[in-house]
Design a protein around this ligand. Structure first.
Ligand code: PLP
Length: 383
Protein backbone atom coordinates (compact mmCIF):
# COMPACT_ATOMS: atom_id res chain seq x y z
CA UNK A 1 0.00 0.00 0.00
CA UNK A 2 1.35 3.39 -0.99
CA UNK A 3 1.10 5.79 1.90
CA UNK A 4 -0.20 9.33 1.37
CA UNK A 5 1.24 12.27 3.26
CA UNK A 6 -1.24 15.15 3.41
CA UNK A 7 0.11 16.74 6.59
CA UNK A 8 2.54 19.24 5.12
CA UNK A 9 1.50 22.06 7.44
CA UNK A 10 2.86 19.93 10.31
CA UNK A 11 6.14 19.28 8.55
CA UNK A 12 7.39 18.52 5.05
CA UNK A 13 9.45 15.84 3.39
CA UNK A 14 13.05 17.01 3.24
CA UNK A 15 14.44 17.53 -0.29
CA UNK A 16 17.17 15.07 -1.24
CA UNK A 17 19.36 17.99 -2.40
CA UNK A 18 19.06 19.36 1.14
CA UNK A 19 20.15 16.04 2.64
CA UNK A 20 23.13 15.93 0.24
CA UNK A 21 24.14 19.46 1.17
CA UNK A 22 23.84 18.77 4.90
CA UNK A 23 25.90 15.61 4.60
CA UNK A 24 28.53 17.39 2.58
CA UNK A 25 28.80 20.22 5.11
CA UNK A 26 28.94 17.82 8.06
CA UNK A 27 31.72 15.82 6.47
CA UNK A 28 33.73 18.62 4.95
CA UNK A 29 32.99 21.83 6.83
CA UNK A 30 33.08 20.84 10.44
CA UNK A 31 35.03 23.85 11.63
CA UNK A 32 33.58 26.05 14.35
CA UNK A 33 32.50 29.24 12.55
CA UNK A 34 33.89 31.26 15.44
CA UNK A 35 37.42 29.92 15.02
CA UNK A 36 39.85 32.14 13.20
CA UNK A 37 41.70 29.39 11.30
CA UNK A 38 40.73 28.32 7.79
CA UNK A 39 38.24 25.63 8.97
CA UNK A 40 36.40 28.23 11.00
CA UNK A 41 36.58 30.88 8.30
CA UNK A 42 35.09 28.58 5.67
CA UNK A 43 32.19 27.67 7.99
CA UNK A 44 31.64 31.38 8.73
CA UNK A 45 31.56 32.14 5.00
CA UNK A 46 28.83 29.52 4.50
CA UNK A 47 26.66 31.01 7.25
CA UNK A 48 27.00 34.55 5.93
CA UNK A 49 26.19 33.37 2.41
CA UNK A 50 23.00 31.72 3.69
CA UNK A 51 22.06 34.88 5.57
CA UNK A 52 22.52 36.87 2.38
CA UNK A 53 20.38 34.40 0.42
CA UNK A 54 17.46 34.93 2.82
CA UNK A 55 17.88 38.70 3.14
CA UNK A 56 18.24 39.28 -0.61
CA UNK A 57 15.06 37.33 -1.36
CA UNK A 58 13.09 39.52 1.06
CA UNK A 59 14.85 42.80 0.14
CA UNK A 60 16.21 43.12 3.64
CA UNK A 61 19.74 43.63 4.88
CA UNK A 62 21.79 40.60 6.03
CA UNK A 63 22.13 42.30 9.42
CA UNK A 64 18.37 41.95 9.85
CA UNK A 65 18.36 38.13 9.65
CA UNK A 66 19.21 35.97 12.68
CA UNK A 67 19.29 32.18 12.62
CA UNK A 68 17.47 30.44 15.46
CA UNK A 69 16.53 26.83 16.26
CA UNK A 70 12.92 26.99 15.01
CA UNK A 71 9.81 29.07 14.44
CA UNK A 72 8.84 28.84 18.10
CA UNK A 73 12.15 30.28 19.25
CA UNK A 74 11.85 33.10 16.72
CA UNK A 75 8.37 34.02 17.97
CA UNK A 76 9.60 33.88 21.58
CA UNK A 77 12.52 36.14 20.72
CA UNK A 78 10.31 38.76 19.10
CA UNK A 79 7.60 38.90 21.75
CA UNK A 80 9.79 38.70 24.83
CA UNK A 81 12.39 41.12 23.48
CA UNK A 82 9.79 43.62 22.31
CA UNK A 83 8.37 43.86 25.82
CA UNK A 84 11.76 43.86 27.53
CA UNK A 85 13.72 46.14 25.18
CA UNK A 86 11.22 48.22 23.21
CA UNK A 87 9.00 49.24 26.13
CA UNK A 88 5.93 47.57 24.61
CA UNK A 89 3.07 47.87 27.08
CA UNK A 90 0.26 46.39 25.01
CA UNK A 91 0.01 43.40 22.69
CA UNK A 92 -2.81 43.00 20.21
CA UNK A 93 -3.12 39.46 18.92
CA UNK A 94 -5.88 36.94 18.12
CA UNK A 95 -7.18 33.74 19.65
CA UNK A 96 -6.29 31.76 16.51
CA UNK A 97 -2.52 32.31 16.66
CA UNK A 98 -0.15 29.35 16.99
CA UNK A 99 0.72 28.37 20.57
CA UNK A 100 4.23 29.69 19.88
CA UNK A 101 2.62 33.13 20.10
CA UNK A 102 -0.43 32.57 22.32
CA UNK A 103 1.44 30.93 25.18
CA UNK A 104 4.26 33.46 25.09
CA UNK A 105 1.75 36.30 25.26
CA UNK A 106 0.07 34.53 28.20
CA UNK A 107 3.45 34.18 29.93
CA UNK A 108 4.15 37.88 29.37
CA UNK A 109 0.85 38.95 30.90
CA UNK A 110 1.64 36.82 33.94
CA UNK A 111 5.18 38.09 34.41
CA UNK A 112 5.20 41.66 33.06
CA UNK A 113 2.78 44.52 33.47
CA UNK A 114 1.43 44.49 29.95
CA UNK A 115 -2.09 44.64 28.59
CA UNK A 116 -3.31 42.07 26.11
CA UNK A 117 -6.13 42.59 23.63
CA UNK A 118 -7.58 39.94 21.32
CA UNK A 119 -8.89 41.15 18.00
CA UNK A 120 -12.19 39.54 17.02
CA UNK A 121 -12.04 36.63 14.60
CA UNK A 122 -14.95 36.30 12.17
CA UNK A 123 -16.62 32.98 11.35
CA UNK A 124 -14.77 32.96 8.04
CA UNK A 125 -11.48 32.65 9.96
CA UNK A 126 -10.32 36.18 9.12
CA UNK A 127 -9.69 38.84 11.72
CA UNK A 128 -12.09 41.76 12.01
CA UNK A 129 -10.03 44.62 10.57
CA UNK A 130 -12.47 47.22 11.89
CA UNK A 131 -12.05 45.88 15.40
CA UNK A 132 -8.27 45.98 14.97
CA UNK A 133 -8.52 49.65 14.01
CA UNK A 134 -10.59 50.36 17.14
CA UNK A 135 -8.11 48.53 19.36
CA UNK A 136 -5.18 50.39 17.81
CA UNK A 137 -6.82 53.76 18.44
CA UNK A 138 -7.99 52.92 21.94
CA UNK A 139 -4.70 53.51 23.77
CA UNK A 140 -1.56 55.55 23.43
CA UNK A 141 0.58 52.91 25.14
CA UNK A 142 3.38 51.42 23.06
CA UNK A 143 1.69 48.57 21.17
CA UNK A 144 2.87 45.45 19.37
CA UNK A 145 0.47 43.79 16.94
CA UNK A 146 1.16 40.06 16.55
CA UNK A 147 -0.98 38.43 13.85
CA UNK A 148 -0.06 35.42 11.77
CA UNK A 149 0.04 35.59 7.97
CA UNK A 150 -1.26 32.08 7.17
CA UNK A 151 -3.20 30.22 9.81
CA UNK A 152 -1.68 26.75 10.21
CA UNK A 153 -5.03 25.01 10.83
CA UNK A 154 -7.49 26.63 8.45
CA UNK A 155 -5.15 28.39 6.02
CA UNK A 156 -6.82 31.80 6.29
CA UNK A 157 -4.64 34.66 5.11
CA UNK A 158 -3.98 38.02 6.75
CA UNK A 159 -3.76 41.13 4.59
CA UNK A 160 -0.19 42.10 5.55
CA UNK A 161 -0.24 45.35 3.57
CA UNK A 162 -3.44 46.51 5.23
CA UNK A 163 -2.37 45.60 8.77
CA UNK A 164 1.11 47.05 8.16
CA UNK A 165 -0.44 50.35 7.12
CA UNK A 166 -2.76 50.36 10.13
CA UNK A 167 0.21 49.75 12.44
CA UNK A 168 2.22 52.49 10.77
CA UNK A 169 -0.64 54.98 11.08
CA UNK A 170 -1.05 54.15 14.75
CA UNK A 171 2.64 53.99 15.60
CA UNK A 172 2.47 50.30 16.55
CA UNK A 173 5.08 47.61 15.97
CA UNK A 174 4.03 44.70 13.75
CA UNK A 175 5.08 41.06 14.12
CA UNK A 176 3.69 38.41 11.79
CA UNK A 177 4.19 34.68 12.33
CA UNK A 178 5.03 33.72 8.75
CA UNK A 179 6.08 30.13 9.48
CA UNK A 180 3.46 28.72 7.08
CA UNK A 181 4.23 31.29 4.39
CA UNK A 182 7.96 31.00 3.80
CA UNK A 183 8.65 29.34 0.47
CA UNK A 184 5.08 29.95 -0.73
CA UNK A 185 4.91 33.75 -0.55
CA UNK A 186 7.53 36.32 -1.41
CA UNK A 187 7.97 39.39 0.79
CA UNK A 188 9.36 42.76 -0.11
CA UNK A 189 10.35 43.92 3.35
CA UNK A 190 11.67 47.21 1.97
CA UNK A 191 8.07 48.15 1.19
CA UNK A 192 5.94 46.25 3.70
CA UNK A 193 5.55 48.00 7.02
CA UNK A 194 6.48 45.00 9.09
CA UNK A 195 9.02 44.81 11.88
CA UNK A 196 9.38 41.09 12.48
CA UNK A 197 8.76 37.94 10.45
CA UNK A 198 9.83 34.37 11.22
CA UNK A 199 10.56 31.13 9.38
CA UNK A 200 11.21 27.46 10.06
CA UNK A 201 13.04 25.27 7.53
CA UNK A 202 11.11 22.05 8.14
CA UNK A 203 7.96 23.72 6.74
CA UNK A 204 9.59 24.23 3.33
CA UNK A 205 11.39 20.91 2.78
CA UNK A 206 14.39 21.79 4.91
CA UNK A 207 15.73 20.20 8.11
CA UNK A 208 14.12 20.36 11.53
CA UNK A 209 15.81 22.39 14.23
CA UNK A 210 16.62 25.53 12.25
CA UNK A 211 14.69 28.74 11.73
CA UNK A 212 15.23 32.45 11.35
CA UNK A 213 13.85 35.76 12.43
CA UNK A 214 13.86 39.07 10.58
CA UNK A 215 14.18 42.09 12.86
CA UNK A 216 13.88 45.56 11.37
CA UNK A 217 17.31 47.18 11.74
CA UNK A 218 15.89 50.32 13.34
CA UNK A 219 14.89 48.31 16.40
CA UNK A 220 17.62 47.72 18.91
CA UNK A 221 17.14 44.52 20.90
CA UNK A 222 19.35 43.01 23.60
CA UNK A 223 20.66 39.42 23.42
CA UNK A 224 17.96 36.76 23.67
CA UNK A 225 20.28 33.83 24.40
CA UNK A 226 23.15 35.12 26.49
CA UNK A 227 26.68 33.81 26.08
CA UNK A 228 29.15 34.18 23.22
CA UNK A 229 28.96 36.63 20.38
CA UNK A 230 27.26 34.37 17.84
CA UNK A 231 24.52 35.90 15.66
CA UNK A 232 26.00 39.30 16.48
CA UNK A 233 25.53 38.63 20.17
CA UNK A 234 21.75 38.21 19.87
CA UNK A 235 21.65 34.43 20.12
CA UNK A 236 24.67 32.82 21.69
CA UNK A 237 25.64 29.22 20.96
CA UNK A 238 27.75 27.63 18.25
CA UNK A 239 25.82 27.91 15.01
CA UNK A 240 24.40 24.77 13.42
CA UNK A 241 26.32 25.25 10.18
CA UNK A 242 24.95 22.18 8.39
CA UNK A 243 21.35 23.09 9.31
CA UNK A 244 21.79 26.70 8.23
CA UNK A 245 23.12 25.47 4.88
CA UNK A 246 20.25 22.96 4.65
CA UNK A 247 17.81 25.80 5.25
CA UNK A 248 19.52 27.81 2.52
CA UNK A 249 19.28 25.00 -0.05
CA UNK A 250 15.59 24.41 0.74
CA UNK A 251 14.95 28.16 0.63
CA UNK A 252 16.61 28.57 -2.77
CA UNK A 253 14.72 25.59 -4.20
CA UNK A 254 11.41 26.97 -2.88
CA UNK A 255 11.85 30.44 -4.31
CA UNK A 256 13.36 29.33 -7.64
CA UNK A 257 10.30 27.15 -8.24
CA UNK A 258 7.69 29.15 -6.36
CA UNK A 259 5.37 29.67 -9.34
CA UNK A 260 5.42 26.04 -10.50
CA UNK A 261 5.11 24.64 -6.97
CA UNK A 262 2.29 26.98 -5.97
CA UNK A 263 0.42 26.20 -9.16
CA UNK A 264 0.78 22.49 -8.48
CA UNK A 265 -0.44 22.64 -4.87
CA UNK A 266 -3.23 25.06 -5.73
CA UNK A 267 -4.41 22.62 -8.43
CA UNK A 268 -4.39 19.78 -5.90
CA UNK A 269 -6.42 21.86 -3.48
CA UNK A 270 -8.92 22.86 -6.17
CA UNK A 271 -9.26 19.24 -7.26
CA UNK A 272 -9.75 18.16 -3.64
CA UNK A 273 -12.51 20.75 -3.19
CA UNK A 274 -14.26 19.79 -6.43
CA UNK A 275 -14.04 16.05 -5.78
CA UNK A 276 -15.20 16.22 -2.19
CA UNK A 277 -18.13 18.50 -3.04
CA UNK A 278 -19.20 16.00 -5.66
CA UNK A 279 -18.84 12.88 -3.52
CA UNK A 280 -19.83 14.29 -0.13
CA UNK A 281 -22.22 17.15 -0.97
CA UNK A 282 -22.92 18.01 2.67
CA UNK A 283 -19.24 18.64 3.42
CA UNK A 284 -18.43 22.00 5.03
CA UNK A 285 -15.25 23.99 4.57
CA UNK A 286 -13.93 25.59 7.73
CA UNK A 287 -12.88 29.23 7.61
CA UNK A 288 -12.23 30.61 4.15
CA UNK A 289 -10.20 27.71 2.82
CA UNK A 290 -12.48 27.36 -0.20
CA UNK A 291 -11.63 30.90 -1.29
CA UNK A 292 -8.27 31.14 -3.08
CA UNK A 293 -7.89 34.84 -2.45
CA UNK A 294 -8.41 34.55 1.28
CA UNK A 295 -6.44 31.41 2.02
CA UNK A 296 -3.21 29.51 1.48
CA UNK A 297 -2.96 27.30 -1.64
CA UNK A 298 -1.82 24.37 0.48
CA UNK A 299 -4.27 24.06 3.39
CA UNK A 300 -7.83 22.80 3.47
CA UNK A 301 -9.90 22.12 6.57
CA UNK A 302 -13.22 20.26 6.29
CA UNK A 303 -16.00 19.43 8.68
CA UNK A 304 -17.36 15.95 7.95
CA UNK A 305 -21.08 15.18 8.16
CA UNK A 306 -20.77 12.31 10.63
CA UNK A 307 -21.75 11.77 14.22
CA UNK A 308 -19.44 12.14 17.19
CA UNK A 309 -19.75 8.38 17.88
CA UNK A 310 -18.68 7.42 14.38
CA UNK A 311 -15.90 9.96 14.29
CA UNK A 312 -14.01 7.99 16.95
CA UNK A 313 -13.05 5.53 14.21
CA UNK A 314 -12.11 8.16 11.64
CA UNK A 315 -8.43 8.66 12.40
CA UNK A 316 -7.88 4.93 12.89
CA UNK A 317 -9.56 4.25 9.56
CA UNK A 318 -7.45 6.79 7.67
CA UNK A 319 -4.28 5.60 9.36
CA UNK A 320 -5.06 1.98 8.44
CA UNK A 321 -5.37 3.10 4.83
CA UNK A 322 -1.97 4.83 5.00
CA UNK A 323 -3.37 8.37 4.91
CA UNK A 324 -1.70 11.03 7.06
CA UNK A 325 -3.64 14.20 7.76
CA UNK A 326 -4.40 16.18 10.86
CA UNK A 327 -7.42 16.09 13.12
CA UNK A 328 -8.55 19.55 14.07
CA UNK A 329 -11.85 18.88 15.71
CA UNK A 330 -13.20 20.20 18.95
CA UNK A 331 -12.74 17.24 21.24
CA UNK A 332 -10.05 14.82 20.36
CA UNK A 333 -9.88 12.47 23.30
CA UNK A 334 -12.56 13.60 25.69
CA UNK A 335 -10.08 15.22 28.04
CA UNK A 336 -8.69 17.75 25.61
CA UNK A 337 -10.31 21.05 24.84
CA UNK A 338 -9.63 20.54 21.11
CA UNK A 339 -8.54 22.99 18.50
CA UNK A 340 -8.48 26.56 19.81
CA UNK A 341 -8.78 27.76 16.21
CA UNK A 342 -11.94 25.79 15.40
CA UNK A 343 -13.36 26.67 18.83
CA UNK A 344 -13.07 30.33 17.83
CA UNK A 345 -14.94 30.05 14.54
CA UNK A 346 -17.31 27.03 14.47
CA UNK A 347 -20.83 26.63 15.83
CA UNK A 348 -21.45 24.20 18.68
CA UNK A 349 -23.14 21.86 16.21
CA UNK A 350 -20.13 21.78 13.86
CA UNK A 351 -17.70 21.42 16.75
CA UNK A 352 -19.43 18.14 17.58
CA UNK A 353 -18.50 16.80 14.15
CA UNK A 354 -14.96 15.80 13.20
CA UNK A 355 -12.88 18.27 11.22
CA UNK A 356 -9.78 17.30 9.27
CA UNK A 357 -6.93 19.36 7.90
CA UNK A 358 -5.30 18.25 4.65
CA UNK A 359 -2.17 20.13 3.61
CA UNK A 360 -0.39 19.60 0.32
CA UNK A 361 3.13 19.88 -1.03
CA UNK A 362 4.94 19.62 -4.36
CA UNK A 363 5.44 15.91 -3.65
CA UNK A 364 1.70 15.14 -3.70
CA UNK A 365 -0.25 14.06 -6.77
CA UNK A 366 -3.71 14.26 -8.22
CA UNK A 367 -4.08 10.45 -7.88
CA UNK A 368 -3.56 10.84 -4.14
CA UNK A 369 -6.32 13.44 -3.94
CA UNK A 370 -8.71 11.10 -5.75
CA UNK A 371 -7.87 8.22 -3.42
CA UNK A 372 -8.22 10.23 -0.20
CA UNK A 373 -11.56 11.71 -1.19
CA UNK A 374 -12.84 8.27 -2.13
CA UNK A 375 -11.75 6.84 1.24
CA UNK A 376 -13.54 9.72 2.99
CA UNK A 377 -16.70 9.12 0.97
CA UNK A 378 -16.67 5.41 1.84
CA UNK A 379 -16.21 6.22 5.51
CA UNK A 380 -19.01 8.80 5.55
CA UNK A 381 -21.36 6.32 3.84
CA UNK A 382 -20.40 3.31 5.95
CA UNK A 383 -22.64 2.09 8.76
N1 PLP B 1 3.96 29.14 13.90
C1 PLP B 1 3.19 28.46 13.05
C2 PLP B 1 2.12 29.18 12.30
C3 PLP B 1 3.38 27.09 12.86
O1 PLP B 1 2.60 26.41 12.00
C4 PLP B 1 4.41 26.44 13.58
C5 PLP B 1 4.61 24.98 13.45
O2 PLP B 1 3.67 24.22 13.39
C6 PLP B 1 5.21 27.21 14.44
C7 PLP B 1 4.96 28.56 14.59
C8 PLP B 1 6.32 26.58 15.22
O3 PLP B 1 7.38 26.27 14.36
P1 PLP B 1 8.52 25.24 14.82
O4 PLP B 1 7.96 23.87 14.68
O5 PLP B 1 9.66 25.49 13.89
O6 PLP B 1 8.86 25.59 16.23
Amino acid sequence: MNKIYFDNAATTQIDSAVVDRIQNIMLNNYGNPNSTHSYGRSARTLIEKARKTVSTQFKASPSEIYFTSCGTESDNMVLISAVRDLRVKRIITSKIEHKAVLNVVKYLTETESIEIKYVDVLNNGLIDYNHLEILLKESSHKTLVSLMHINNEIGSKLDLIRVGKMCEDNNALFHSDTVQSIGKYDFDLSKLNIDFIVGSAHKFHGPKGIGFVYINKNLKLNPFVIGGNQERGMRAGTESVHNICGLETAFIESYQNIITNNKHIQNLKTEFINQIKKLIPSIKFNGSCENNLLSSPSIINVCLPISKEKSVLLEFNLDMKGIACSRGSACQSGSQSGSHVLNSILSKEDLDKPSLRFSFSKYNSSEEVVRVVSVLKDFVESN
